[in-house]
Ligand binder design. Structure first.
Ligand code: C2E
Ligand code: CA
Ligand code: CA
Ligand code: CA
Length: 279
């Protein structure tokens, strides 16, 4: 499990960005980024393990900084959360992802789900359900093609308010999934109460497979539990054919990772879809 290691690259890049830019500069820059269209989305395909078809994409935000080049989300999302900028940024991400998903849907004439990451701060915004509804209305996207990814921490925060928000979101008809499953602190209790479509097994469990027997046991247990609760499972960070074969053997439903496609532009995804699904 040692070279589960793009983490190192991530740490390095974080350190680098903070070294170059002070916190304040970063914040000022981030405020301007939204107005000046410096943010953009890449999409990573999610593949159905059995059919090898693309069934969805996850939207991942990037910042094209005029001086510092491309800044990855781990370097600015935490600051966006701290400052509250995540609310307008998150809304921009949601609107853009829905618009682009709607366009592919019309182009490819098939239903491709789009997943959008939601931070805890956004989830606490009482206008969340209203915003989602407005964006769906505006973009014309079928709610069943939108999924929000929440982490365990977000769901544990305040159980009662959480339940209300989740019920509002499900009533709209969108899907919910749990991101980075197994890494947060949580009780399993919420899995019974919340209507969740899928658990996403964190890539830290996948990266040691197939050698790491502990990660293998955890992966199998998560899949068994999810299926027992009638949820689907997505494995994240699938990088090798061996990992994919093992996941298929375990009955994992979907996979996402560099093996199956890097995060890429909408156009590249559209080409991939066209190739994957000859009419
Ligand atoms: P995440 O939601 O867990 O997204 C998966 C991350 O794993 C992405 O990093 C993706 O590029 C990376 N990844 C995908 N396949 C592989 C693989 O095979 N191996 C390895 N080592 N990594 C893989 P990225 O794009 O840098 O995003 C990092 C995190 O930033 C995301 O983690 C998510 O928590 C956050 N994030 C990204 N976009 C948004 C957004 O629009 N809103 C919010 N609130 N958070 C976002
Ligand atoms: Ca995610
Ligand atoms: Ca994740
Ligand atoms: Ca993550």
């Amino acid at each position: 499990a040692k070279n589960c290691g793009k983490n190192n690259a991530k740490l390095y890049s974080s350190a680098l960005t903070t070294q170059i830019m002070s916190h304040v500069k970063l914040e000022v820059g981030l405020r301007r980024a939204l107005q000046h269209n410096e943010l953009y989305l890449q999409y990573q395909p999610q593949i159905d393990v059995k059919s090898a078809q693309i069934v969805g994409v996850e939207a991942l935000v990037r910042w094209r900084h005029p001086e510092h080049g491309i800044i990855p989300p781990n370097d600015f999302i935490p600051l966006a959360e701290e400052t509250g900028l995540i609310v307008p940024i998150g809304e921009w991400v949601l609107r853009t992802a829905c618009l682009q998903a709607r366009a592919w849907q019309q182009e490819s004439r098939r239903a491709v789900r789009v997943a959008v990451n939601l931070s805890a701060r956004q989830f606490k915004d009482e206008n969340l359900a209203q915003t989602v509804l407005a964006v769906l209305h505006e973009t014309g996207l079928d709610p069943r093609l939108l999924e929000l990814e929440l982490t365990e921490g977000t769901l544990m925060d305040d159980a009662r308010a959480t339940l209300t928000t989740l019920e509002q979101l499900r009533a709209i008809g969108i899907w919910l999934s749990i991101d980075d499953f197994g890494t947060g602190y949580s009780s399993m209790n919420y899995l019974k109460r919340f209507d969740v479509r899928a658990l996403k097994i964190d890539k830290s469990f996948i990266c040691g497979l197939p050698q790491d027997s502990e990660n293998a046991a955890i992966t199998r247990a998560i899949i068994a539990m999810a299926h027992g609760l009638k949820m689907a499972v997505v494995a994240e960070g699938v990088e090798t054919g061996e990992q994919l074969a093992l996941l298929e053997q375990y009955g994992c439903d979907m996979a996402q990772g560099y093996l199956l496609g890097r995060p890429q532009s909408i156009d590249a995804i559209a080409r991939m879809l066209a190739g994957a699904q000859p009419v």
